[in-house]
Design a protein around this ligand. Sequence first.
Ligand code: FES
Ligand code: FE
Length: 432
Amino acid sequence: HRPTGIHHNFEVAGMVDSTSGLVDRAIFTDEGLYQQELRRVFAPSWLFLGHVDQLKKTGDFFTTFMGEDPIIVSKGKDGEIRAFLNSCRHRGARVCRADYGTTKNFTCTYHGWTYDLEGKLSNVPNVAGYDENFDTADWGLVEVAQIDNYKGLIFATWNPSAPELPDALGGAKYYMDAFLDKDPEGTVVVGGIMKWELDGNWKLAAEQFATDWYHVNMSHASALMVLSPTGKGPKSEIANTPGRQFHDEQGGHGAGFPTHPKSRFDAQKVHEHYDYGFLRERLGDATVEGPMTTGHGTIFPNFSYLPINGSIRIWHPKGPNKMEVWAWTILDKSMSPEVREAQRLYNLRTFGPSGIFESDDGENWSEVQSISNGFVTNSVALNLQMGIGSEREDGVYPGTTSELYSDAAGRNFYRKWAQLMDTPAWHEEPNE
Ligand code: FES
Ligand code: FE
């Protein structure tokens, strides 16, 4: 099922310069570059689909997107989780229009072709109308090339030659463990999946979660004041907070975290739940004092997370100027129902669609996007120069780190992005 068609590729090497820290604003607005992103950034990469907790028994399914491609994720009779393109092989309609549910099969409502949980074409109305060359075995749903989960988070890729998921996550796994591995029993999804649209290119959000702590004191000043136990807000609470910022050169991932965020903990019921002695033994002091706290990170290209909130999210691209945010609350399995509910509400109030932090961030991205199409505006470079030269191994946190207030992970994110944009993907290799 090799993608074919006429594609024009543009060289972007000159548009993002990770050495000088300059980024061309057209990468957020150009339709041609956006189409190239779908082919060369999204199609070859591992993309987040959902949490294993969403598929408990045979027949459970949910739908999502990989890039702009609609996807069904289902649990088969053999207990395996599979992911398929949600598009009928006949004339292309979606074969499943529900967000999630339980089913025996997927029946296309256009002409009635039916697919089983393993994606095989199992029934064709008036099959006698086709000649003997028609074989239903040739017309199953298009399946992803690789699917796997890391501690409950399901990822998939169309790319048969992508490195296996643990290798693709690389050095970011240590930082993900800070929220996925606190509980020996793992995590569960609490509440529904929140979905909302934002004006803004998906990279603005992904980049920020990888690299941007600089905005916190300014953009979230009022929110921090509300949460602050003294009511004084950022000046007394987190200004000049020490911390580190990690980036994974191979994968393009990034994460930043304060190392003394005690004041941010107090609004959370989760304190009563955690046995910090146990966590220090399980994850190590550095994790408990750093990435387990109020940090946030991005797994390249468009999956982001906030450990202490239990918020995970995907920034679905919907054209160069729009994204759709899907956000889950995932919490430790062994949390009591009371702590779970308190954490769910805490996450909703801070990083739900109208949360006091989330709405600050969305407003910034939409503001930047709303003026980016101006001709002159579009030709003035953006600055990601903070912390140039500060990248090093710090001896405490694994991999390459920089200061908390730095653009290092952002420069790395765009370096990886440009590298993929300028490299023919597996599907572009010429047929022999
Ligand atoms: Fe699905 Fe015709 S498009 S059966
Ligand atoms: Fe923010």
